[in-house]
Design a binder for this molecule. Sequence first.
Ligand SMILES: Nc1ncnc2c1ncn2[C@@H]1O[C@H](COP(=O)(O)OP(=O)(O)OP(=O)(O)O)[C@@H](O)[C@H]1O
Length: 265
Amino acid sequence: MSKRQIGDVILDVRHISLRFGGVKALTDISLDVREHEVRSIIGPNGAGKSSMLNCINGVYIPQEGSINFRGRSFNQLSSRDVAQMGIARTFQNLALFKGMSVIDNIMTGRNLRIRSSLLSQAFRNPFGLGGAQREEEKHREFVERIIDFLEIQAHRKTPVGQLPYGLQKRVDLGRALAMEPQVLLLDEPMAGINLEEKQDMCRFILDVNDEFGTTIVLIEHDMGVVMDISDRVVVLDYGRKIADGTPDEVLNNEEVIQAYLGTTH
Ligand SMILES: Nc1ncnc2c1ncn2[C@@H]1O[C@H](COP(=O)(O)OP(=O)(O)OP(=O)(O)O)[C@@H](O)[C@H]1O
């Protein structure tokens, strides 16, 4: 596929179980993600895919198990802490500010870094604003680079709510990229967009992976896309892991075929 080198495991999910009252959303799930790979999580509706992402990025706290990121083990960190560690995420139902411009929305993804750099500036030079302004400039330049990369220059000043849905998905990706994540969690990036927009989105995901070396964890229902762009795929069904391997291995797995035939997918 590309020249990128898949490295060691950087994200290791170990024996995660998550319950909501009597509902077992995840039961003893283990999966690992290697540096630079595109790793997909698939499964029928209600299989536990979003719950898994929510555990990884601190939205849900699993009752059992732990997550290890670059040697640091956690299962009770806030989303903000997880983002600060280098794990960013896009959302199935876009989490954008519809009345704000494209550039300002992407800038919100930069806030985490702006705050920490402003804080360190204040400690270094409590009476000088010049440094802080230069920092702000650098962040704006970075955001402009993302806008160029995602080919949305023409829409920089447009309120996000006025853009077609496919472009809004791209802005959501830009907002996550603004965090300069090491791992990017993508929750159904192809949902609700047309074929041409899907081709664009695939290209951007692969370019992010290739050019920035960002590790991608993807939830997606479009099997064509998953099989095309993933290095490895894990399959969940009713909160349990039923398969894990290359796209070919997973496609030919009897349990996976049964899980999909037994649903409306
Ligand atoms: N906040 C919650 N409260 C109660 N039950 C929940 C909650 N979140 C998820 N669940 C339940 O956990 C199970 C797994 O749901 P989840 O959304 O993770 O599945 P999914 O594979 O992402 O589904 P889909 O493909 O439809 O998005 C489902 O039975 C769901 O109803």
